[in-house]
Design a protein around this ligand. Structure first.
Ligand SMILES: Cc1cc2nc3c(=O)[nH]c(=O)nc-3n(C[C@H](O)[C@H](O)[C@H](O)COP(=O)(O)O)c2cc1C
Length: 206
């Protein structure tokens, strides 16, 4: 089995973490550096990460997440959001490519106007979907990169968006997409992997 398959197979949603373990900042730095390689529509990089390590703040996040015990035991609780206004920074992202000669001025202008007319033309629902779609892809990669560094995670949606948003000063233009608890899994609370459908039940070839 190669390393990638090992990571995919060994990633589990942690039920409980071993308490009082600090994730070295270097591990976060390595994870986020590689995470920047995640795909995103038009390379707009919609995902944002709010990493909570402070115990007092974690307690408040726990209260705003229906007191899910694993938050109390996690080394970090991360809120992943998607920026509905990511398209407004397209110029900054594409300017670099233009300066490097990868994109001509006309191509650059066409790209910016295509992005603007798509996001503005298709409106709020599209911006919202894009925020969720792109941040979700990024969050999955985050969990695999964390596992690659020896850290366990659990993706979570059971939290009060508004309360968590206020606690972390998340701007209005960002959609809270997922909470990820992270730490060292307490294996004593391991469960057997849940039933998985065989591929024939969720794949159709045409
Ligand atoms: C979008 C999403 C939301 C989830 N929300 C929660 C949650 O709020 N609390 C929780 O304990 N687990 C949550 N989970 C974890 C799932 O229960 C878990 O992924 C699933 O049972 C499969 O188990 P595995 O990840 O160990 O393979 C969530 C997973 C996903 C993908």
């Amino acid at each position: 089995m190669n390393d990638f398959l090992k990571i995919v197979r060994e990633r589990r949603s942690a039920n409980k973490f071993i308490e009082n373990i600090t994730i070295p900042r270097e591990d976060f730095n390595d994870i986020f550096r590689e995470l920047s390689l995640a795909p995103s529509a038009f390379n707009l990089q919609h995902a944002r990460y709010y990493v909570v390590e402070d115990k007092e703040l974690m307690g408040k996040v726990y209260d705003a997440s229906f007191k899910q015990y694993k938050i109390k035991t996690a080394s970090a609780t991360i809120i992943v959001t998607g920026d509905k206004n990511a398209y407004l920074s397209a110029d900054k992202i594409y300017e670099g490519s233009m300066m490097l000669g990868m994109l001509g001025k006309t191509e650059y202008e066409i790209m910016i106007s295509t992005i603007n007319s798509l996001y503005e033309g298709w409106g709020e629902e599209f911006k919202h979907d894009e925020a969720i779609r792109n941040a979700s892809l990024s969050a999955m990669l985050f969990m695999l990169l964390a596992k690659n560094k020896g850290w366990d995670t659990c993706p979570m949606i059971y939290f009060e968006n508004e309360k968590v948003g206020k606690l972390l000063n998340i701007p209005e233009n960002e959609v809270p997409v997922l909470m990820i608890t992270m730490g060292k899994m307490d294996k004593s609370s391991d469960k057997i992997r849940g039933y998985r459908k065989p591929a024939a039940e969720f794949v159709k070839f045409y």
